[in-house]
Design a protein around this ligand. Structure first.
Ligand SMILES: *Cc1c(COP(=O)(O)O)cnc(C)c1O
Ligand SMILES: [Zn+2]
Length: 423
């Protein structure tokens, strides 16, 4: 917290001094999400690009002065951050762009982007001597909090929809969380978790309620720009459920501009599933997101299934102020994007992760990217998180495989069907 100066309400802009706020603006209830503010002049005096270049800590904590934690606050040993930025220039022609990169956050310790936020959550909870941390989640934020809590021995209670993918539930149980399967949607689990946290006085990690989660998520933007030698990309594709990731990426980029480490703001493209497209609807129809009611949330991409995106104000600002756009992709396109991305890059993404791959295809077709653009596509989660959806893609696309007797004869019978190019 060394350089945190204050926090402001996203709705009324009211200022809260350090120590005067906990989660939200009391005047605006659950919508009164706070934005943490820093004193950049003081940070600049001791934190430089050169200092970073010599910092051997490759985790998110290498950016500590720009994070809401104290200089000497203990951090988890489970390493979060430094996910690879993979050069896909060999594919950039297909999209009619100059440079293409994939930021693979499926490679974080619990296999999703959410580790970035949960790492901050356990540190903040520890600062407050919290006995219990809790969160509701479609699955990944839960698994991330669960794993990070395991790494520091922190008790935690997790609320997830009973229909969450098995792998994510398995992670929770393996990491030793107290798991509550809620017979309802993510939105139901979220409301319940807020109520329970209040009643029992637990530390609340909920996305877009706890203002520090965006601060963890912004580290992805720091890494992207550092991996590009501080030359900011022109466009970043981000999948959007609650909107906390895209808001966090925006925050990170704003930090870097304020530090003078990058010299332009990339356009942010928010990709949603057609069946859960609250932000896209609001964007296209110019609707007021403070008045717009929850919409349906039915998509194979469980991680971006959110009827009422909790961080919609930050998400909307992120896209609007960077001259980006929100774009919806169908479940069919998402399912097809999983094997397409995997075959072309070696990166296996869960549906919400592959949504950005479907997104850049659609954006390129619509002429939303320029021929000299440098584009970063973020994969937010590993395909191993949701094998059922992957198997659906395999069925749907009629992918061929062979079952044979364990004999050379059995193999010879199918050999020509392999269609090997080199044979
Ligand atoms: C949480 C999540 C998202 C969406 O993030 P929001 O902050 O809810 O917009 C996208 N992909 C994956 C894999 C996620 O776990
Ligand atoms: Zn307010």
């Amino acid at each position: 917290m060394r350089y945190v100066s204050h926090a402001t309400c996203m709705i009324c802009n009211k200022r809260f001094e350090k120590g005067e706020f906990e989660y939200i603006c009391p005047d605006h209830g659950n919508e009164g999400i706070l934005d943490i503010q820093y004193g950049y002049d003081a940070i600049k005096k001791e934190f430089t690009k050169d200092f970073l270049a010599g910092n051997k800590d490759m985790s998110i904590w290498r950016y500590k002065p720009l994070l809401p934690v104290g200089e000497n606050t203990p951090v988890p040993n489970l390493i979060v951050g430094n996910s690879p930025l993979i050069n896909l220039d060999t594919l950039s022609d297909q999209f009619g762009i100059k440079h293409l990169y994939l930021k693979d956050d499926g490679r974080l310790p619990t296999a999703s982007f959410k580790d970035r936020a949960s790492a901050i959550a356990v540190v903040k909870a520890h600062e407050q001597n919290a006995q219990v941390i809790t969160t509701a989640s479609t699955g990944n934020a839960a698994a991330a909090l669960s794993g990070l809590c395991a790494s520091v021995g922190q008790e935690n209670v997790i609320f997830v929809p009973a229909r969450a993918p098995q792998a994510k539930i398995a992670q929770l149980l393996m990491f030793g969380s107290k798991v509550i399967l809620v017979d309802g949607t993510y939105d139901d689990a979220f409301e319940l978790c807020l109520e329970v946290a209040k009643e029992y006085g637990w530390y609340n990690r909920n996305t877009a309620y706890n203002p520090y989660m965006s601060e963890g998520k912004k580290t992805c933007a720091f890494e992207i720009c550092e991996q590009l030698y501080w030359k900011a990309p022109d466009i970043i594709f981000v999948s959007v459920g609650d909107g906390c990731i895209i808001g966090g990426i925006h925050k990170g980029l704003k930090d870097l501009l304020a530090m003078g480490w990058i010299d332009k703001m990339p356009r942010l493209m928010g990709i949603q599933a057609q069946g859960s497209s609250y932000m896209v609807q609001a964007w296209e129809n110019n609707e007021d997101i403070l008045l717009k009611k929850a919409c349906d949330a039915e998509t194979i991409a469980d991680s971006i299934s959110a009827g009422l995106p909790r961080d919609r104000i930050k998400a909307f600002n992120a896209v609007k102020s960077t001259k980006g756009a929100f774009l919806a992709v169908s479940d069919d396109d998402i399912i097809k994007a999983i094997p397409d991305l995997a075959k072309k890059t070696g990166v296996f993404a869960e549906p919400a992760g592959a949504a950005t791959w479907a997104g850049i295809k659609k954006a390129a077709k619509k002429g939303m990217v320029n021929s000299d653009d440098t584009v970063v596509v973020i994969n937010t989660g590993s395909g191993l998180k949701d094998i059922n959806s992957a198997m659906k893609a395999i069925d749907l696309m009629d992918m061929k495989y062979f079952k044979i007797k364990p004999s050379i004869h059995g193999f010879r019978n199918i050999a020509s069907d392999l269609n090997l190019i080199s044979a």
